[in-house]
Design a protein around this ligand. Structure first.
Ligand code: AP5
Length: 216
């Protein structure tokens, strides 16, 4: 199964993709994670990407395209994958079609994580990543036991550099301007599925797996 996860920053794309990856062995391919790794490692590509990421703008299409071409061609993606955060504009959507065409593959669907904009700021300012296991958590919404589990594993709850109010505001504007038009792009191709992404993480996951024909 080859899936694109569409949705605003904080809509839960990464959280749900991590669960699908764990339960169905579909690799989560997150351009945000790949870019953050490149920045942390100080690669040339990371240095080029950093300013755009800090400002909440999109990184150049050619940079993310190179990452996607390399990643979807790896053996673990042969049986399917979840694209989390790619494509982000019309030009990337066309690039993706061309990459998949070359591999003789196509998308099964694009899932829109549909959520009210007013809850996104709290989700994003409260987001923390566990340094021990990479799990995405939230100081407002995660159960205390989940936060404690990270501390017990010797991990720290790390906040992303771009999860501050000013940058979040710009990321949301960029989403509306550049990425939201992809909803129509995929609807026109008969690939769009929509999942109500408000409510507890487990409830959303139940809706998502059902919509993908994976759950009961
Ligand atoms: P990226 O890392 O992709 O960030 P994003 O799109 O802004 O998405 P987020 O990771 O913020 O949100 P999410 O939907 O994954 O939410 P999550 O599950 O974490 O991109 C970062 C930057 O990299 C971009 O700004 C850009 O500069 C660059 N970039 C990346 N891809 C690019 C591309 N293709 N082209 C160009 N540039 C690119 O959840 C958020 C929080 O909410 C968490 O704390 C979670 O625990 C909590 N939460 C989730 N679901 C629920 C729920 N149901 N109830 C309560 N809390 C919940």
């Amino acid at each position: 199964m080859r899936i694109v996860m569409l949705g605003a920053p904080g809509s839960g794309k990464g959280t749900q993709a991590q669960r699908l990856q764990a339960d169905y062995r579909l690799p989560q391919i997150s351009t945000g994670d790949l870019l953050r790794r490149a920045v942390a490692e100080g690669t040339a590509l990371g240095l080029q990407a950093k300013a755009a990421m800090d400002a909440g703008e999109l990184v150049a299409d050619r940079i993310v395209l190179g990452m996607i071409e390399e990643r979807v061609a790896r053996p673990d993606a042969a049986a399917g994958f979840i694209l989390d955060g790619y494509p982000r504009n019309e030009s990337q959507a066309r690039d993706l079609e061309a990459v998949l065409d070359q591999l003789g593959l196509s998308l099964d669907c694009a899932v829109l994580m549909d959520v009210d904009f007013d809850i996104l700021m709290k989700r994003l300012t409260g987001r923390r990543t566990c340094s021990a296991n990479g799990k995405v958590l939230n100081i407002y919404f995660s159960a205390p036991e989940e936060l404690e589990e990270c501390r017990r594993a010797g991990g720290e709850l790390v906040q992303r550099d771009d999860d501050n109010e000013a940058t979040i505001g710009n990321r949301l504007r960029v989403y509306q301007r550049e990425t939201a038009p992809l909803i129509e792009h995929y609807r026109a191709r008969g690939l769009l599925k929509t999942v109500a992404a408000t409510g507890a993480v487990d409830e959303v996951y139940g809706r998502l797996t059902k919509c993908l024909g994976l759950g009961s």
